[in-house]
Design a protein around this ligand. Structure first.
Ligand code: GTP
Ligand code: MG
Length: 198
């Protein structure tokens, strides 16, 4: 699939304020700074579509982008930001959990994981929450350009091994770099295929 057209639609604080749920939708979630907004820019080929930052906590709301006038990409604020206060974490949980559960057109949640790190509690907890709520998800390992090939393979093998201690099968996985554009065609192909089921 080729993205010919992508535009920002709205930032919402609440699922009820989001656009009408009449087209397929894909959300990007993960720890602060993992590269959610950068991945949206990489996929759409528009460097400034979603706002990115070197400092964690840049994305704060539920941001809808309309792609090819026929489906949505959604940029979400990250979790696991060490400096976030308890009330900020609670607000995040309320806004995001409600959005993920209530959004009927959400076909897949992409959980982004920094390929450089071992499994982190906040990601593991979040994946477990998705499982409990039976929400469809795929894992995206980001920032692969920051590792040597052999180290990347090792980290991914370790992650898979860890996931298999809790899950009977592995989810769909993607490996990306916003720098080298690795993983773009694989993710777009997956979305194209998934769009056809709605
Ligand atoms: P929040 O909105 O704060 O939750 O962060 P985010 O997950 O949207 O991360 P963002 O896309 O803003 O990227 C955070 C930082 O990581 C920026 O400095 C990006 O340039 C950098 N970054 C993102 N993806 C990649 C990647 O694939 N490779 C490299 N080398 N850097 C990346
Ligand atoms: Mg962001």
């Amino acid at each position: 699939m080729i993205i010919k057209n992508s535009k920002f639609i709205i930032s919402s604080t609440d699922v009820n304020a989001c656009p009408k749920a009449d087209m397929p939708e894909y959300a990007f979630i993960g720890r602060s700074n993992v590269g959610k907004s950068s991945l949206i820019n990489m996929l759409t080929g528009k460097k400034k579509l979603a706002k990115t930052s070197g400092a964690p906590g840049k994305t704060q709301l539920i941001n809808h982008f309309l792609i090819n006038n026929s489906w949505y990409l959604v940029d979400l604020p990250g979790y696991g930001f060490a400096k976030a206060s308890k009330s900020d974490r609670e607000k995040w949980g309320e806004m995001i959990h409600k959005y993920l559960i209530k959004r009927t057109n959400l076909l897949c949640i992409f959980i982004l994981i920094d390929s450089r790190h071992e499994h982190q509690k906040s990601d593991v907890d979040f994946i477990e929450w998705l499982g409990v709520n039976q929400l469809p998800f795929a894992i995206v390992f980001t920032k692969t350009d920051k590792l040597k090939k052999i180290q990347l393979q090792q980290n991914i093998d370790n992650y898979k091994e860890f996931l298999l201690t809790n899950w009977s099968e592995l989810p769909q996985m993607f490996f990306t770099s916003a720098m080298s554009v690795l993983g773009k065609s694989e993710i777009l192909k997956f979305i194209d295929k998934t769009n056809k089921i709605m």
